[in-house]
Design a protein around this ligand. Structure first.
Ligand SMILES: [Zn+2]
Length: 86
């Protein structure tokens, strides 16, 4: 799919499956085992357009149509200026 990494210029890629975090309007969808090509040097991930479209469609089914996701996660959120120093 790629001939050259846009970030580091490396030309070697490997097939990988990674976790993809889709974020839109402060709503999130995490998808595991997403296929991608990964730069062997810097680790940058490249996804096919149809893979990203499938993730966007699933995001829409869950957040707009009320589909129940396979798993849900509680995620802590903090404001950086309020972080306490140890
Ligand atoms: Zn790279």
């Amino acid at each position: 799919m790629n001939t050259k990494c846009h970030f580091c210029g490396n030309k070697n890629f490997k097939q990988a499956r990674v976790q993809y975090i889709y974020k839109h309007n402060n709503q999130f969808l995490i998808v595991n085992d997403v296929p991608c090509e990964q730069c062997e040097y810097c680790g940058e991930e490249y996804f096919e357009g149809k893979v990203l479209t499938q993730i966007e469609e699933e995001f829409y089914r869950i957040h707009a149509q009320g589909k129940k996701a396979k798993k849900e996660l509680r995620v802590p959120i903090e404001q950086f200026p309020e972080l306490q120093t140890a």
